[in-house]
Design a protein. Structure first.
Lengths: 1013, 443
């Protein structure tokens, strides 16, 4: 049993353990058992268990025993670890280590209509969509990459789950260790997990081109796989679906990457009975309660936003409060998970440089994460997620000898990782730091003439000086093994000693020369060690931080507002009912409903709002809006009735607040107009601060967006098109074909159900035989009047043609939206039973609107259609009342009729007139108090109520403006302080907002707005 | 709308209005014939345009010019056309300060667009030569009281020269009100934008390539170098070989031409002020979304602003929700000369009065808001000696409305006069309206 000093050993990657039996050896066999005994160590068996002055014994790459008074076997190499800490090495379950490089697409959405790829370009018996790749196996792609492995080992990792981060279904991940032996030995589990995301990655196929398209594709893939497993008549062999089914029993990992996406992913899981392990994006702390409710385990990145350089006020101007707040609060994300009791692991994924990992962890700890939780999130927690806890994650007998040796507590700033052992193989990390070299040494130079002794003060591995009358800087380097020193013995002396030697801990010795070339020998012996500096990583008090608001935007609430009982007194009330306008009238609101309308009302508990001289209307309803969604257009195909706006609502949209300030309370969020049959729409109430579910208008029937004309055939200036249809003739055929298919689908379902009944099948479920088709299902709902159409339309020919298709195939166009030539076919629309939702005065912005006239609403109204005015524009939605007023101006419409176009009329066409759209007892208390006549340009909404909750109040808004300014100021001060304190900064990046609409817009929405159609 | 009565020459001036609309097509909306006699608009609430309001006043016009404005003006016994404007408001003809009217018919149909020439430096390009007096858009704009427009070319760094036109003409020469009044400089953007497609699902757009701000500053320096050469060129006693580009900018140096700088953010405005100072330009900031932040500086340098679009979002989610709406008020407070424009391509400029109305709803006095689309605009465009207000000596560019022209609730324009000629206010919209009212038998 030879006691060796670790400093001298470890130069080579001495690969012990067994050679692989199937591989031949070029030389003689060299079997070693790799038995090591680590003595006197502080052993962190797992995050919760620490053994002091303990021993760890490893053999054949595994932990043999760990404890305090273990017998040391005679064949063990002993490593003295006094003062050292041993930890299980870290595990990263979201790596792409060893995966082939991928071509990155320049953007994640959209595509080129001029050269559209509608089908998969993958050759072979695979599925239809190129972004669904369950057949990809990381284990087959894996090739060890020593440079990357070393980078990860150096920060403490020993095991990773790696997968190819490409596509919506990404196939399986493999668990590998980070050693440098043959891949066969490093791979622990070739099929450890299945991976998913919302990002289609390298696929150039047009579909999906939106968030909701990705969601629909996943849902349909689950259905297809189930169908393929049971009864796949007509499909032949589909290797993709086969692979999908084969990997369902593995842990399912979803790369969500953002808080709302986390909820979206979880809902898909709920629908198909899958509990995903979800990779977050770092902003989950903003909605931690909803995140906890997913009951998922999480993988969290540590890519905290960099400090921006906000010194130049002109640059700082464009950095939003939300971005600055996220900068401040992002490091609290792991702590928020810990506090909420949500299981989580940490990953290095998305760090700009893995070298920043330790600093990021320390930051998370500084911001409230406990060290225990941090260690658990890097060891046992990820092991458990993948069912690897019998193999890795703690230092227990039988587990792999995956461990790190550190100079102190692993998360302390001064601590160095010295060694990283992977499957019992040692990899040096910072071995020169094993022994503390700082201190004073007696440096003895021996020549023929005798000995001279100097005092050498070593300050670090590259800094030392000679102490004497004067302190003389020496050139010095100590790499743990070799030592070099050169110095002048006296100030300004010409003479120079150059010394070279070896280090054996506290004793160094070697050979040297003076400036005359005279040879000498030298030695240095430690006299006194330096007192180590206090660890700066001791818990600093958490910085004072801003509050989380709902939504995470300026003007958000720190506490969600509640409904109040309100008595609005003495207003001019525009009822939007047959009684029209009521003067000096009171409205009593209780529990979110209108309970009484009249004069001289009283209620002892209600808060009184004096509205003398003011006007009250029902909350405005915008039939055509594109706010509050993460994507709007799934243009990847001409028929995408399967996609649903509801799947990707985005409550973090400032336009909700801005539109409340214009009196809007209900908005119909439509799919865009890039294709003939677009997606399912979502009616929302502007409940500022609610989450995506909370925005939804409960009890409203479903709608779907259709579109005709130029957008569908992609005919505007810059676009070419190769997607069918390219003419209005083709559009009519897309409609006809889709409903023919829908009818056939429904008939088949009925036939199969009937047949199942007649043969007395145990369960009558036609989907056991017929593939459930989400696209056709939505169309069948239309045929059965369970879903209603709102159809983007402009010219009379296409309107007429669409109605004829409907009449022929048995469905109605509930609403024509835009409908700028509705005045030409108003009689036909009336006969068909359509409603009209239009613009007041837009025209001549493209060819198909050259006959648009501002008298259109009036003519349609006079012919007897139910007419609404909509916005399709986040800016104009703040002035919907004024848009309605234009029909008074251009068409001579009555004022009450005009106002109805933004209140009761849209409510009727959306089939929610029993709940909203007018001021009537029993309806929702969605009300606006206006400063002036509601059709006047001078009218401002003073208070806007939804369900009796005051979501907008101009006085409160004034107070919030001051808070926003103060908070901006505070955060810029913090960023400035970081910069002055020498912290790294990146240039200020303007906070852009992405705004969606129907691709027709020719006006500015503001400097920081990027329009997306 | 036929309350107007005429004592003399009635047939001449009301013929087009009296004609049944259904018989007219857009092509039959004729430019008005010159009217040389005396015209009196009586009993109107006169909004002079300079802040003054005269209740129950009279405007007297002779040979196309306003000769008297006031209360209790006597009615000549004969030889006058009278318009009784009782209950109506009289306004100066509204002015679109920046417009592509007559250059762009349908923006998405390339063949109908003559607004953007190829090249970066196009000072010799002149919008007036492409101005189409027969655009179907024009009459719809007039119907909302807009009688003058500055027709502006787009594209490149120096887009060319704009001309002010009056909106009732047979051809561009007739239309020209101030020919080649100014050159349009498009400031390269001085702030970084990410790549166009941000993707979906919370994924942000990529960082811009290189340093766009640095590149923009280099472009601006190159432009300054051009101006320096052009100034030297203009200083020569005689030119041997004319250079079209340098000839085209001569007017800048003796301030005969305006220099319109299209820019928005403070950094750009600062660079603009530097440019103005070096070359002694008669400059106007166009766009100016962020100009309220440096209103004091603009006042100090006497540089006016054309606010291109009032109906715009606040720049940042953090901004006051009414920021663009109250920007005119902030400029007014600081004493900056400004005009309000309507650059919105969805309705092609006809909501100009409502852009001003919005400013009035958010702090500006109504007469100040009116000035922003009349007298201020005239001053900025260099035509205030001839129009912009209802004052003696100016052209009789007059609009009558049944109600407040800034408020869509009440604004119904019934009459418009350009240089005393009464316009036929029929337009394509009214004609189509009439056509389909006929179809349905609607009143």
């Amino acid at each position: 049993m030879k006691k060796i000093l670790p400093l001298l050993w470890g130069l080579s990657l001495a690969i012990p353990s067994m050679a692989q039996s199937t591989f031949s050896v070029n030389g003689v066999a060299d079997h070693r058992s790799g038995v090591y005994a680590f003595l006197h160590a502080t052993i962190h068996r797992d995050a919760k268990t620490v053994l002091n002055d303990a021993t760890l014994l490893i053999r054949d790459g595994k932990v043999e025993s760990v404890g305090n008074s273990l017998a040391i076997p005679s064949d063990a190499v002993v490593v003295d670890c006094a003062g050292k800490h041993l930890y299980p090495s870290f595990i990263d379950v979201f790596a792409d280590y060893g995966m082939p490089p991928q071509a990155q697409r320049s953007f994640a959405g959209g595509f080129d209509f001029r050269n559209i790829q509608l089908n998969s370009s993958q050759k072979g018996a695979y599925g239809w969509n190129q972004s669904i790749r369950p057949e990809v196996e990381a284990s087959k792609l894996f090739a060890a990459d020593e440079a990357k492995a070393k980078g990860l080992r150096d920060i403490g990792f020993g095991t990773v789950l790696t997968h190819l981060k490409d596509g919506i279904a990404r196939g399986t991940g493999a668990v590998v260790t980070l050693g440098s032996r043959k891949e066969n030995l490093e791979m622990l589990k070739p099929r450890a997990s299945a991976h998913y995301s919302f990002n289609k990655g390298s696929s150039m196929q047009s579909y999906p081109s939106s968030m909701m398209g990705s969601i629909s594709l996943l849902r349909q893939s689950y259905l297809d796989a189930g169908w393929y497993r049971n009864n796949n008549k007509g499909e032949g062999i589909n290797l993709t679906l086969q692979a999908w089914n084969a990997i369902q029993d593995l842990p399912q990992v979803f790369d969500a990457g953002e808080k709302w996406n986390v909820l979206r992913a979880d809902r898909i899981g709920d629908e198909f009975g899958v509990q995903y392990i979800i990779k977050g994006g770092g902003n989950e702390y903003q909605r931690i309660a909803a995140i906890a409710a997913t009951k998922a385990s999480f993988i969290l990145p540590l890519n905290f936003p960099a400090t921006m350089d906000v010194e130049d006020p002109n640059d700082a101007r464009f950095v939003s409060l939300a971005d600055m707040k996220h900068w401040e609060l992002a490091p609290t994300n792991p702590a928020a998970f810990e506090r909420a009791g949500i299981p989580f692991a940490l990953t290095t994924a998305e760090l700009r440089d893995v070298k920043g990992f330790a600093a990021a962890i320390r930051k998370a700890i500084e911001y409230g994460l406990s060290e225990t939780a941090a260690l658990d999130a890097l060891t046992l927690a990820p092991a458990r997620m993948l069912g690897l806890q019998e193999m890795v994650g703690s230092l227990e007998p039988g587990k792999l000898a995956n461990l790190i040796v550190t100079s102190g507590p692993v998360f302390s700033e001064q601590t160095q990782i010295l060694q990283n052992w992977v499957q019992g193989v040692k990899y040096g990390v910072k071995e020169d730091a094993w022994k503390e070299i700082k201190g004073t040494y007696a440096l003895t130079l021996t020549t023929d003439k005798g000995q001279t002794v100097y005092v050498l003060d070593v300050k670090g591995s590259a800094a030392a000086s000679i102490l004497g009358k004067d302190t003389l800087m020496a050139k010095f380097s100590h790499d743990g093994k070799l030592v070099r020193i050169s110095f002048s013995p006296e100030k300004r002396a010409r003479g120079q000693y150059r010394l070279s030697g070896v280090s054996q801990g506290a004793e160094w010795y070697g050979y040297g020369e003076d400036s005359s070339g005279l040879a000498l020998t030298w030695s240095a012996a430690l006299q006194s060690t330096a007192t180590p500096k206090a660890d700066s990583a001791r818990r600093r008090p958490s910085p004072r931080m801003g509050a989380i608001t709902y939504p995470f935007l300026p003007f958000g609430w720190t506490q969600q507002p509640a409904a109040q009982d309100l008595l609005i007194r003495n207003a001019t009330v525009w009822t939007s009912e047959s009684q029209g306008r009521l003067e000096q009238t009171d409205i009593l609101v209780k529990r979110g409903k209108i309970v009484q309308i009249g004069k001289g009302l009283a209620d002892p508990t209600a808060r009184v709002i004096d509205a003398t001289g003011k006007h009250v209307t029902a909350g405005l309803i915008d039939e055509h809006s594109h706010i509050a969604a993460s994507s709007i257009n799934e243009g990847g195909q001409s028929v995408t009735s399967e996609v649903r706006i509801a799947d990707n609502l985005n409550p973090d949209d400032i336009n909700i607040y801005r539109q409340l300030s214009g009196g809007v309370t209900t908005s119909h969020i439509l799919h865009g107009s890039a294709n003939t049959i677009g997606g399912q729409t979502q009616l929302i109430k502007l409940r500022w601060g609610a989450d995506d579910e909370g925005l939804k208008f409960k009890g409203a029937p479903g709608f779907i967006k259709f579109a005709l004309g130029e957008n569908v055939k992609r005919s505007s200036l810059s676009q070419g098109n190769t997607r069918f249809p390219d003419t209005r003739m083709g559009v009519e055929q897309v409609l006809t074909d889709a409903f023919h298919r829908a009818k056939a689908y429904e008939q088949e379902l009925r036939r199969v159900a009937a047949e199942q009944k007649s043969r007395k099948a145990a369960v009558v479920d036609p989907y056991r035989e017929v593939r459930r088709d989400l696209e056709l299902e939505a169309l069948v709902e239309i045929l059965n009047r369970q879903r209603f159409i709102t159809c983007h339309s402009y010219v009379q020919s296409e309107i007429n043609a669409a109605m004829k298709v409907g009449e022929r195939l048995g469905f109605t166009f509930n609403t024509f939206t835009h409908i700028l030539e509705g005045y030409k076919v108003a009689d036909k629309m009336k006969a068909h039973g359509a409603n009209a939702s239009t613009f007041s005065d837009w025209w001549a912005y493209k060819n198909e609107v050259e006959h648009a006239i501002p008298q259109n609403p009036t003519i349609m109204h006079k012919v007897g259609l139910n007419v609404a005015i909509n916005s399709d524009d986040a800016e104009m939605a703040r002035r919907l009342n004024q848009e309605a007023a234009k029909s008074v101006k251009y068409g001579g419409m009555s004022e009450t009729d005009a106002l109805n176009m933004v209140t009761i009329n849209p409510a009727r066409m959306l089939h929610v007139e029993d709940k909203v759209g007018s001021i009537r007892v029993g309806k929702d208390a969605d009300l606006v108090i206006w400063s002036d006549h509601p059709l006047s340009i001078y009218a401002r909404a003073e208070k806007t109520l939804v369900d009796g909750v005051v979501y907008f109040d101009r006085e409160q808004d004034a107070a919030m403006r001051r808070q926003v300014a103060a908070e901006r100021n505070r955060l810029m001060g913090r960023m400035g302080a970081e910069k002055r304190g020498g912290g790294p900064v990146v240039p200020a990046m303007p906070s852009y907002q992405y705004l969606y609409h129907c691709s027709d817009h020719l006006h500015s929405h503001g400097l920081l707005t990027i329009d997306i159609d | 709308m036929r309350k107007q009565h005429t004592l003399l020459a009635a047939a001449l001036l009301t013929s087009s209005l009296a004609a049944p609309l259904s018989n007219a097509a857009q092509d039959n909306v004729y430019p008005a014939k010159p009217y040389a006699g005396i015209l009196q608009i009586r009993n109107a609430t006169i909004h002079v345009g300079n802040g003054e309001v005269i209740e129950n006043g009279t405007i007297e016009v002779n040979n196309g010019k306003i000769i008297r404005v006031g209360k209790d003006l006597p009615t000549p016994a004969s030889g006058v056309m009278l318009v009784d404007a009782a209950g109506r408001h009289a306004y100066p003809g509204l002015i679109l300060s920046i417009s592509n009217l007559g250059l762009v018919e349908i923006p998405t149909v390339r063949a109908t667009s003559d607004v953007q020439e190829i090249g970066e430096l196009n000072p010799s390009i002149r919008s007036i030569v492409a101005y189409n007096t027969d655009s179907k858009i024009t009459n719809t704009v007039r119907s909302n009281g807009i009688l003058l427009a500055n027709i502006v070319p787009d594209g490149g760094t120096l887009s060319g020269s704009s001309s002010v036109v009056q909106l009732d003409a047979w051809n561009w020469e007739d239309a020209a009100y101030r020919m080649d009044g100014g050159l349009h400089f498009r400031m390269p953007s001085l702030f970084a934008r990410p790549s166009r497609f941000g993707g979906f699902g919370g994924m942000r757009g990529g960082a811009p390539d290189g340093d766009p701000v640095k590149k923009a500053l280099e472009e601006i320096e190159a432009f300054k170098a051009f101006l320096r050469e052009a100034r030297a060129y203009a200083a020569q006693p005689s030119v041997k070989e004319p250079n079209l580009k340098m000839e085209a900018v001569r007017g800048l140096f003796d301030r005969k031409q305006k220099f319109y700088i299209h820019c928005d953010v403070v950094k750009e405005i600062l660079v603009a002020l530097d440019l103005v100072k070096e070359f002694g330009l008669d400059a106007v900031i166009v766009g100016g979304s962020e100009c309220w932040r440096v209103a004091g500086l603009l006042k100090q340098h006497n540089v006016p602003v054309i606010l291109n679009q009032m109906h715009e979002m606040p720049t940042l989610s953090d901004d006051d929700i009414d920021q663009p709406y109250k920007t005119p008020y902030l400029l007014q407070q600081a004493g900056v000369l400004f005009a309000i424009n309507d650059a919105d391509g969805q309705h092609r400029g006809k909501n100009l009065p409502f852009n001003a109305g919005t400013a009035a709803a958010y702090g500006l006095a109504r007469e100040q808001a009116l000035s922003a689309i009349t007298l201020n605009a005239a001053k900025i465009l260099g035509i205030a000696d001839r129009t912009g207000s209802l004052e003696v000596g100016k052209d009789a560019n007059i609009v009558l409305s049944k109600g407040d022209i800034l408020d869509m609730r009440s604004s119904v324009v019934t009459h418009a006069f350009i240089q005393g000629r009464q316009l036929d206010l029929n337009d394509k919209h009214k004609q189509l309206n009439e056509r389909y009212r006929q179809k349905y038998g609607l009143q």
